[in-house]
Design a protein around this ligand. Structure first.
Ligand code: SAH
Ligand code: SF4
Length: 482
């Protein structure tokens, strides 16, 4: 295994999948003798991502070069990249560019790039041809080969190794988890939907499901190690199980079955999942959520656009009417559920009238929060080749108006909670102000309350408290212990 203790930084950009990948990468680096800084630099990146997401910003995440610029440079810097939108890519490219000078001063340092950008041919060529200071490039399908690739890099070779796709799933990889009390658990990899704007199916490959037994084993192991909340991860969790053989009892291993099975894990307090696809959310899945006491009352259900014409061109497979019916079904089964969504402006051909339909949909759906995105053409996708691309200034105007509408909806749904008592899972003292604690409701709303003063103990991450809500804003609730 190891000689001298080498130090590595893992900096993650992007969605929860990238965060989860960076935990595995950190685990593999540790098995190769690297100390991952600070105990899981992934933690810092993950924390930053969480903080940004909580602000209602884009899910592009909190990748940052700041941790890399400390006085004693690490022996290795590894970027886990994202390419879902142009700005995520630009941030990663900027950070990689900054590595040139650090590498000049520390020629022995290894610079590595992993993740979705490495899977994109154009970006990979740019990194390989224009960034000779990058020593290692690998993709989303060969993370498990990191130890072998790293050994070659340490022997002086430049290694560029990316697989186009994979039909298998590597189980039993080590991981350094960003948190003890909560964890991401992959249930599917890849996506078969090919929404016309989206690069994900090209860089994450075909949809594959883990077996229920492997998922349950991971959840139980996490709980044994102190985990209280799991978030089941997939690009379309509702498609879970496709292609898996029947379960030993003969039943079909779908998402509803999985939810009920995870709900049976003793010691687990909360189950979340993301992302749901409105087309594939069945009545049985709604029942499974409603019946399972550990499943949180929060659905992230991306709508994308309010215009049926735009939805059809996006290849989403539902109309606004169907989406709103689904919300009615979900709300009648779980009256206290919070609904969040993803919305996009400026998809090719989107007219002012189409956009107004998105604004009307926001009012009608009564969203609790939304991630709002400006459409960004991704090379190789169908929409990037559509002739009627929308002017950037028009997109800028629409995103401002959309954010206003979303904020109004979020403020109204939060204000309705003033006076109520909410069950809150503690995250810890607020990063910005340690005089207040931060935690989340079952509906995934961020709550702040005064940090207990000695002799009262400060609650630990994962503890569950009741908080009486006294004030509400667009992004947070404030209250006191009930
Ligand atoms: N699988 C999930 C998440 C995919 S990426 C889902 O289907 O919802 C997260 C969000 O990024 C998407 O929901 C979409 O709103 C946004 N997005 C994806 N591609 C984009 C693009 N080319 N431009 C702008 N936003 C995009
Ligand atoms: Fe992309 Fe659509 Fe798949 Fe989500 S469902 S990852 S938006 S192709």
């Amino acid at each position: 295994m190891q000689g001298k203790c080498k130090r590595a930084r893992v900096v993650a950009f992007g969605c929860q999948m990238s965060e989860r990948d960076s935990e595995t990468i950190a685990g593999l680096l540790s098995a190769c003798g690297y100390d991952v800084l600070p105990h899981g630099a992934a933690a810092a990146a993950a924390a930053a991502t969480t903080a940004i997401a909580a602000e209602g910003d884009t899910a592009d995440g909190g990748g940052t070069a700041a941790p890399v610029a400390d006085s004693a440079p690490p022996d290795m810097v590894l970027f886990v990249t994202c390419c879902v939108r142009g700005n995520a890519e630009n941030r990663a490219i900027g950070n990689l560019g900054d590595m040139k000078r650090l590498k000049e001063r520390n020629p022995g340092m290894i610079v590595a790039v992993a993740g979705c950008m490495a899977q994109e041919e154009g970006m990979r060529r740019l990194i390989v041809d224009k960034m000779p200071w990058v020593d290692l490039v690998f993709g989303t399908h060969n993370i498990q080969n990191l130890p072998a690739m790293l050994a070659r890099v340490e022997a002086g070779e430049r290694v560029i190794e990316v697989l186009d796709d994979s039909d298998s799933i590597a189980e039993h990889l080590p991981a350094i988890r960003a948190y003890r009390h909560k964890a991401f658990v992959n249930i599917t990899f890849g996506c078969d939907n090919f929404c016309t704007y989206c690069i994900v199916p090209y860089v994450r490959g075909r949809e594959r499901s883990r077996t229920e037994a492997d998922i349950l084993k991971e959840v139980s192991d996490l709980v044994d190690a102190g985990c209280r909340e799991v978030t089941l991860l997939g690009q379309n969790v509702n498609a879970y199980g496709k292609g898996l053989p029947p379960l030993p009892d003969g039943s079909v291993p779908g998402f509803a079955h999985l939810l009920r099975a995870v709900n049976g894990v003793e010691g687990l307090r909360r189950i979340r999942f993301t992302t749901s696809h409105p087309r594939d959310f069945t009545p049985d899945m709604i029942r499974a959520c409603a019946e399972s006491e550990r499943v949180c009352r929060h659905l992230h259900l991306p709508l994308q656009a309010g215009s049926d014409r735009v939805l059809a061109r996006m290849h989403r497979g539902y109309t606004l009417k169907r989406y709103l019916e689904l919300l009615d079904e979900v709300r009648s089964a779980m009256p206290d559920v919070a609904i969040t969504t993803d919305l996009m402006v400026g998809f090719p051909g989107e007219t002012e009238e189409d956009f107004l339909e998105t604004l009307r949909a926001v009012a009608e759906a009564r969203f609790d929060a939304a991630f709002t995105f400006v459409y960004s053409p991704r090379e190789g996708t169908v929409a990037a080749g559509m002739p009627d691309q929308v002017d950037e200034a028009v997109k800028g105007d629409r995103i401002r108006r959309l954010i206003e509408a979303v904020n109004e909806s979020a403020a109204a749904s939060n204000a309705a909670l003033v006076g109520s008592v909410q069950e809150v899972m503690v995250e810890g003292p607020s990063e910005r102000d340690s005089s207040v604690m931060a935690g989340r409701t079952r509906t995934n709303k961020m709550v702040h309350w005064p940090t207990p003063q000695p002799p009262r103990a400060v609650p630990a991450p994962g503890d569950i408290l009741n908080i009486r809500i006294e004030q509400a804003s667009v992004y947070t609730l404030r209250g006191v212990e009930a």
